[in-house]
Design a protein around this ligand. Structure first.
Ligand SMILES: *[C@@H]1O[C@H](CO)[C@@H](O)[C@H](O)[C@H]1NC(C)=O
Ligand SMILES: *[C@@H]1O[C@H](CO)[C@@H](O)[C@H](O)[C@H]1NC(C)=O
Ligand SMILES: *[C@@H]1O[C@H](CO)[C@@H](O)[C@H](O)[C@H]1NC(C)=O
Length: 287
């Protein structure tokens, strides 16, 4: 009886393993998403070693100047195409160093930033879906200050107009609240949403699929955000379901844009450098 069970167990593992490796060899560096009822806005997000990674991200995310890179540690890599990831093939690797700056605004000396941004797009009433794969440095250390890995920024009718002080929403890592969704208001920083959090240890060092759906309206008009994460095999880790929120603030609060990367307050807690890998970063718009 016991041996039969052991054989069955082994067989199941072989089947699962074969399925996985087949998936990897046939769609290597792919694992693309597809969503019925949505139109893909982004272009393929796939780097090639030796290629122009900035240009690839620019084309993929529709933003001509997509990177916000520290102006410190110029001789060390911040953005690379890492080849032959065992699961994903060629992947984009962002690295941030403990003594980096925020090259985007050097006046903000308390923080550091290594981000990529998507095109500012959309209008009130639009619903967007952001989908991507990420893998966080398994040795990453956190603090209780913000460490954003995703943001939706808003504000500015025209190119000169400033973005609002706070992002509409962020995915943030802190020791206190772990990987959590934070929702803000026009001139007020919000609190971590009780509807979405995962233990950092549960997600770091692994490929994770992330989905953020955002209906850009006031909460009273049906505005919501929904965050879902799955593991490498598609197992659901957390689904916030739709969270009613003011996803539109006022007449000056449009349009909006997604940002991905490593944006954090400086802290002595960090290791000398942290990295994050990305694959298949995609932007979809509801029909
Ligand atoms: C890479 O592409 C970017 C954005 O299109 C461009 O500004 C840059 O000059 C290119 N770099 C090289 C080395 O060709
Ligand atoms: C940074 O500070 C200087 C001096 O106060 C100021 O002139 C400049 O506009 C500031 N830059 C930004 C991006 O805020
Ligand atoms: C905001 O936009 C609406 C619709 O275009 C308009 O009716 C309203 O007057 C605007 N409000 C302000 C304060 O500009």
């Amino acid at each position: 009886m016991k041996s039969t069970r052991a054989v069955l167990f082994a067989l199941i593992h072989v089947v699962v393993y074969c399925h996985l490796s087949l998936g990897q060899s046939s769609s290597k560096s792919n694992f693309a998403f597809s969503f019925a009822g949505y139109n893909k806005q982004s272009k393929p997000f796939l780097c090639s070693p030796g290629g122009n990674i900035t240009a690839m991200i620019a084309t993929a995310l529709g933003e001509s100047n997509p990177l916000e890179i520290p102006t410190t540690n110029k001789r060390k890599p911040h953005v690379q195409c890492e080849k032959n990831d065992p699961v994903m093939g060629n992947v984009v690797k962002f690295t941030i160093y403990k003594d980096d700056n925020d090259g985007n605004n050097k006046n903000l000396t308390d923080r550091q930033r290594m981000e990529m941004k998507g095109e500012k797009a959309g209008k009130k009433g639009d619903t967007f879906l952001y989908a991507w794969w990420f893998k966080l440095d398994p040795n990453m250390k956190n603090s209780d200050k913000f460490y954003h890995i995703f943001q939706i920024k808003t504000g500015g009718k025209d190119k000169l107009a400033k973005l609002t002080k706070f992002a509409l929403a962020t995915l943030t890592l802190t020791n206190k609240d772990q990987l959590h969704l934070q929702l803000n208001n026009l001139n007020a920083e919000g609190k971590p949403s009780p509807k979405f959090s995962l233990e950092i240890n549960q997600v770091k060092g692994k490929w994770i699929q992330a989905f953020v759906e955002a209906a850009y309206k006031k909460g009273s008009e049906g505005g919501y955000i929904r965050v879902t994460m799955k593991d490498e095999n598609g197992k659901l880790l957390k689904d916030s379901t739709k969270i009613k929120h003011n996803m539109w603030w006022d007449n000056d609060s449009y349009p909006f844009r997604p940002k991905w990367g490593l944006y954090r307050m400086k802290s002595p807690a960090y290791q000398p450098s942290d990295w994050q890998l990305f694959q298949n970063v995609q932007i979809w718009k509801k029909n």
